[in-house]
Design a protein around this ligand. Structure first.
Ligand code: PEP
Ligand code: MN
Length: 274
């Protein structure tokens, strides 16, 4: 039986979709792309300090939230336009493609004007109006799995974007809610080979939100690459103690730098490189 998602399926397109970004970065190609950066952009200095290390270590993309979808309305909501300008500048200065999250149609326009990839977060995976909106943008979309979404629902969410004419979607496993509160979420690494089997779209993992704990990010990043991830997104901060969001799961700069050669070795062991 044909799957309910059509354009996203391997039946529709057997060969992998490869998404070309600035600086020769390719998502879904032979190399595993490492994306690093703070959860939220907090200042230009914080961002540039981080971007420099991400680039030096061998990361190819810079992340940073300008619009933060926070559980509490009293938590830091992001620096919006200023943050996007700093991201754009840092990306250009350090040779990194940039990804940042949009939370509604207006922020999607702003993000698309400054970043190379528009992220749709877990909380918005089934915001169908927003999915349709980014489907009409001419920028790739990084779509994160909802925290209670099935793999089929993730693929159907991608289908909304594809059906609007935007064929550049990257799927991200970022952990689902579970009964066990030992970790923030349960990173479902099985989703990676399942997705690679069902769809031609690039597939990535986010071990930062997937675990919620700094010491677990390295092991799960290695595991994600071994399981076939095309990219891995890692939160990193110059001073995680002072972070305005997700400090507990953010690597220190030196930890990020130390991790990347390890990820390179795992990539080579599965016939790829970073
Ligand atoms: C993020 O990437 O900072 C984020 C908010 O992720 P998620 O939507 O997966 O919670
Ligand atoms: Mn975060």
């Amino acid at each position: 039986m044909s799957p309910p998602y059509k354009l996203a399926s391997r039946e529709h397109q057997p060969q992998n979709t490869v998404i070309a970004l600035p600086y020769g970065v390719e998502l879904g190609g032979p190399k595993v792309v490492i994306i690093g950066g703070p959860c939220a952009v907090e200042s230009e200095a914080q961002l540039r300090q981080t971007a420099e290390v991400v680039a030096r270590a061998g990361g190819k993309m810079l992340r940073g939230g300008a619009f933060k979808p926070r559980s509490s309305p009293y938590s830091f909501q992001g620096l919006e336009h200023a943050a996007l300008e700093w991201l754009q500048r840092a990306g250009r200065d350090f040779g990194l493609a940039v990804v940042s999250e949009a939370v509604d149609a207006a922020s999607a326009e702003l993000v698309a004007a400054h970043a190379d990839v528009v992220q749709i977060g877990a909380r918005n995976m089934q915001n169908f109006a927003l999915l349709k909106h980014v489907g009409r943008l001419r920028k790739p979309v990084l779509l994160k799995r909802g925290m209670a979404a099935t793999i089929t629902e993730l693929l159907l969410a991608a289908e909304y974007v594809l059906a609007e004419g935007n064929d550049r979607v990257i799927l991200c496993e970022r952990g689902v809610r579970s009964f066990d509160d030992t970790t923030r979420n349960l990173l479902d690494l099985t989703a990676l080979p399942v997705l690679k089997d069902r769809t031609h779209l690039p597939v990535m993992a986010d071990p930062s939100h997937g675990t919620g704990r700094r010491e677990l990010v390295g092991p799960m990043a290695r595991a994600a690459i071994a399981a076939g991830a095309d990219a891995v997104m890692i939160e990193v901060h110059p001073s995680p103690e002072d972070a305005l969001s997700d400090g507990e799961q953010s690597l220190r700069l030196e930890q990020f730098e130390k991790l990347l050669p390890e990820l390179g070795r795992v990539a080579r062991s599965v016939g790829r490189e970073i």
